[in-house]
Design a protein around this ligand. Sequence first.
Ligand code: AMP
Ligand code: GLY
Length: 426
Amino acid sequence: MKVLMIGSGGREHALVKKLLESERVDSVICAPGNGGISFDAECFNISVMDIEGMIALAKEQMADFVFVAPDDPLAAGMVDAFEKEGFRCFGPSAAAARIESSKVFSKNLMKKYGIPTASYEVFSDAEKAIAYIEQQGEFPVVVKADGLALGKGVIIAENMAEAVDAVKSIMEDKVFGASGNNIVVEEFLTGPEVSVLSFTDGKTVAPMVSSMDHKRALDGDKGLNTGGMGTVAPNPFYTEEVAKVCMDTIFAPTIKAMQAEGCPFKGCLYFGLMLTPDGPKVIEYNSRFGDPETQVVLPLLKTPLIDVIEAVADEKLDEIFVEFSDEACACVILASGGYPGSYKKGIEINGLNEKGNVDGATVFHAGTKCENGKILTNGGRVLGVTAKAETLEIALEKAYTAASKIDFEGVHKRNDIGQRALSALK
Ligand code: AMP
Ligand code: GLY
């Protein structure tokens, strides 16, 4: 089989590498891809939102299967367009992808079907939102833009002044563009966060091993929110008991709710959960594999990935057993200096071998490009240095040792990835 992977990040690199482990996969091609992916898959420079261009590529390359990984093309209906052309695909329809692309849709879905989440109100008018927050008088309060905002559309306001700023910047200054036409104002929840990615064919749901992201830029969960600075799997807070509660109160009801709404979800449904004192609640859904969660979850998958994604496409997920290793995995992100703010690109990366890797770990490339035999930085998150081992402690040690061999001007990483998980294990 020949698989076309659409996307260009560390997540896509992990997906490409995993697919290539499957015996039935002869080759993977990727668009647009990146410097590191090009060591594993031929890359084609087509914009991730160019639906026509991607379909033309799939036809010309005679791809047997198309995998749409990022949220934007999913929300724009890329899977619908490919299926119309007769391609087999992994990824939800645009209607199902609304579970991520519209927070108003997902919050209303949870309310209608009794799925536990933070209580909330939706506003299309800034004055009304501000009046509501004032009347509630409870802080912190969470203000979210309705639409996609690169993971940055969530503001936790500590007081009334910050809340007013948040509402005005989203709704009036439109810092997230049209994503801020509507906002959700919601209750602030507390507790450990868990990411659970799941395979679902619209009827059956198969949760993957749990993971923990580290979203803030700096050690000790300080600094700005990023796309994710590192991950570990499994997440020690997510016990078997918690998993059972989540299946009964969140996972299965969500799959049923999407069916009942006439937009069954097929693909990877990501549950962003908070384990609150009142039980697990949904913080957010994503309509896709998480980044950098994928980089620690997929190395633990034992069932060939191609078998699973075909079962999803064919709506036969109930016929296979999706098996994970009981090892642990850790990923440390090496980012450009300045990220998530502005940063330089095109800086040479030292310490990688001719395959873009280092001994003792797997390096998933996110923002890199190859030029004249050199590997250069080309994004905010640059590399994800990943290792698996019998225990989380060893996996972290391997990942950090390998990460210390890589260097580029301005490189920034967190030094405490996995520490909270390790203390929970003690
Ligand atoms: P999201 O983009 O929805 O994942 O939100 C980004 C981050 O904001 C989450 O990972 C949480 O840490 C935090 N967050 C979002 N909603 C809430 C909430 N209702 N209560 C507390 N923290 C939240
Ligand atoms: N790491 C969080 C996300 O992919 O949205």
